[in-house]
Ligand binder design. Structure first.
Ligand SMILES: Nc1ncnc2c1ncn2[C@@H]1O[C@H](COP(=O)(O)OP(=O)(O)OP(=O)(O)O)[C@@H](O)[C@H]1O
Length: 310
């Protein structure tokens, strides 16, 4: 097997008493889009900052593109791109000036920068906006500019920290098309998110909670291996039903979706539909109960105990 794009063993970071990242092991293959899925404060940004060499770990090993971090962070700098949650743009520079500035940071020659910027303005539909101050752009336009800036020097590996938090669903969809284009062109990508639909697009992902990796694998694998059965229940009196279900030992969670309850039942319960009918017969007379395919949100709830929901 070829060397992973990102490798960590026992990676940890403390801030005083708080353990923000706890004993994290990763082996992320080259050429894939890998996701960190977790709620606010689960340690996604702290981890990305350590992987880029910007923050020192408290313990553990890191190798990124075969380079030991933090020791070889300087050599890594030119081979990675990093797009932060806030996009890190200069509001009072134009779109073009922002890109020229990034090109200068990477020490690219004037002609190389000019040619690359022309190409990027085309790829990210920014031509008509080239003279506009970045501060006047919409959320989606800023996001495209930030991605252009992060990829200007053609990095082998791209870190994206919650890149779509500030944009609407259509822009998110287009953004993901660009990520797949980049991936197909050979760029490995690590993206953090608290959106389930986004995590579902990744080739592989880690579910993080309070700095701990609760599960990892491909979305399909996580859904298949999930240790619960998923039921959807349509019945009258859903609020009471939900409270009564949550009091049963075999129920992991119950969440209302419109006129139905989505219920996660522990895998040890051999006949989940029969279990519900046996314990709550009076509430479930005439109810429709169907076993359904798990989705990534179910995986998330079952492996984090549903305590904190993104
Ligand atoms: N410099 C710091 N000093 C003290 N605590 C910090 C620092 N940076 C992060 N933390 C804490 O570490 C924990 C993890 O934060 P982190 O930003 O990595 O989470 P996250 O999953 O990226 O969340 P978000 O989506 O809100 O960015 C949080 O409790 C946060 O308050």
């Amino acid at each position: 097997m070829s060397e992973p794009a990102i490798y960590t063993r026992g990676l940890s970071r403390r801030f005083g008493e708080l353990v923000a990242v706890d004993q994290l092991d990763l082996a992320i293959p080259v050429g894939t889009i890998y996701g960190f899925l977790g709620p606010n404060g689960s340690g996604k940004s702290t981890c990305i900052r350590m992987l880029t060499g910007l923050l020192l770990p408290s313990a553990g090993e890191i190798a990124v593109l075969g380079l030991k971090i933090p020791g070889q962070a300087e050599a890594l700098r030119r081979r990675v791109g990093y797009m932060t949650q806030k996009f890190s743009l200069y509001d009072d520079l134009s779109v073009r000036e922002n890109l020229v500035f990034v090109g200068q940071i990477y020490g690219l020659g004037a002609k190389a920068v000019r040619d690359r910027i022309r190409e990027l303005l085309g790829i990210y539909q920014l031509e008509a906006l080239a003279g506009r101050y970045a501060g006047t752009l919409s959320g989606g336009q800023k996001q495209r500019l930030a991605l252009a800036a992060a990829t200007l020097h053609r990095p082998d590996l791209l870190f994206l920290d919650e890149p779509t938090s500030a944009v609407d669903p259509e822009n998110r969809r287009e953004f993901w098309e660009k990520l797949f284009d980049l991936c197909e062109g050979g760029t490995s990508i690590l993206v953090s998110t608290h959106y389930m639909d986004e995590a579902e697009r990744c080739h592989g992902l880690a579910i993080l909670e309070n700095g701990v990796k609760r599960a990892d694998g491909s979305p399909e694998q996580l859904m298949t291996d999930m240790g619960v059965s998923v039921l959807e229940v349509a019945a009258p009196g859903l609020r009471e039903l939900k409270t009564r279900l949550l009091a049963l030992d075999g129920i992991r969670s119950a969440a209302q979706l419109g006129l139905r309850l989505r219920v996660l039942v522990a895998a040890q319960v051999a006949d989940p539909v029969g279990y519900l009918r046996q314990y709550l017969p009076e509430l479930l007379t005439g109810a429709e109960i169907n076993r359904v395919r798990p989705n990534l949100e179910d995986v998330f709830v079952s492996c984090t105990g549903g305590r904190e929901r993104p």
